[in-house]
Design a protein around this ligand. Structure first.
Ligand SMILES: Nc1ncnc2c1ncn2[C@@H]1O[C@H](COP(=O)(O)OP(=O)(O)OP(=O)(O)O)[C@@H](O)[C@H]1O
Length: 265
């Protein structure tokens, strides 16, 4: 008998495919029947105001969110599937870094969890050095994490997520609280990671100007997807100069459609 689950997923499948995705938190429906895809090898921005459901959606994608219904496939597998553990990297809003360890020790600790055993020591050393170099922290490798700036700490978290060489990186508001120079540097780093590792990045933000840095966008509001498109297509479809203006146009359009529906009742 053919075991469908052991078939390798088709590499052409999107990194994420959602159909009628609904999430309930407490007694509230937080995500309302979302349909969207995240293309592979690109940077997709998940943008929307605070509280619209970005973190909930990311938690569903990485398989840590309860009360999820509908279809949610990640790299061709159901979200949370055991085989996705090393294929998906996740960085939460609060950097998960030990302040009393150096950058290298932090990475070594997580590398030992991912790839344990004495036989893997050499491989671990290589992966740790590569991840530190990828986030441009080689010169700070022996600094205590507690002595780093906010931006550097974010990069340590990102390095941890890069350790398993994930195909999909899910980054929850990685640039929040960073100054414009650090934000730009981090976005350049995301582009390097996508280009050199061929990874897919899903990056959330509530700062609309970050949308312009993405290849693809999911615009969210109140638990719904307002748009699933490229920044250029969004601007030209709405006749707006910026993604922020396009977002506001779509919000007004959705509100008008809602009012028309109410009147028709
Ligand atoms: N345990 C819970 N019970 C009920 N509602 C919740 C719970 N946790 C979160 N919510 C609600 O779910 C909605 C989505 O929250 P979520 O954290 O996903 O939003 P977000 O877009 O990531 O916001 P932010 O940008 O501020 O992090 C919010 O309106 C929030 O109040």
């Amino acid at each position: 008998m053919m075991n469908i689950d052991s078939d390798p997923p088709d590499p052409r499948t999107p990194a994420v495919r959602a159909e009628a995705l609904t999430v309930v938190r407490g007694s509230r429906t937080v995500l309302h029947g979302l349909d969207f895809t995240v293309p592979r090898g690109r940077i997709t921005g998940l943008l929307g105001p605070s509280g619209c459901g970005k973190s909930t959606l990311m938690r569903a994608i990485v398989g840590t969110q309860a009360k999820v219904s509908g279809t949610l496939e990640i790299l061709g597998r159901p979200a949370g599937h055991a085989t996705l553990r090393n294929r998906v990297g996740y960085v939460t809003q609060a950097p998960s870094v030990y302040d009393d360890l150096t950058v290298r020790q932090n990475l070594e600790y997580f590398a030992a969890v991912l790839d344990p055993g004495r036989a893997a020591a050499e491989r671990r050393r290589e992966h740790v050095s590569r991840a530190i170099a990828d986030v441009d922290l080689t010169s700070h490798a022996d600094a205590l994490a507690g002595n780093l700036s906010g931006g550097q700490r974010s990069r340590v978290s990102l390095a941890v997520a890069l350790l398993g060489a994930p195909e999909l990186l899910v980054l929850d508001e990685p640039t929040v609280g960073l100054d414009p120079v650090l934000r730009r540097d981090l976005w350049n780093l995301f582009h390097d990671i996508a280009a050199t590792r061929g990874a897919t990045l899903l990056v959330s933000s509530h700062v609309m100007d970050e949308a312009e840095r993405c290849h693809h966008l999911l615009l969210m509001r109140e638990g719904r997807i307002l748009a699933d498109d490229t920044p250029e297509a969004l601007r030209s479809r709405t006749g707006a100069d910026t993604v922020e203006a396009a977002f506001l146009h779509l919000v007004d359009e959705a509100a008008a459609a809602g009012r028309a529906k109410e009147t028709a009742r």
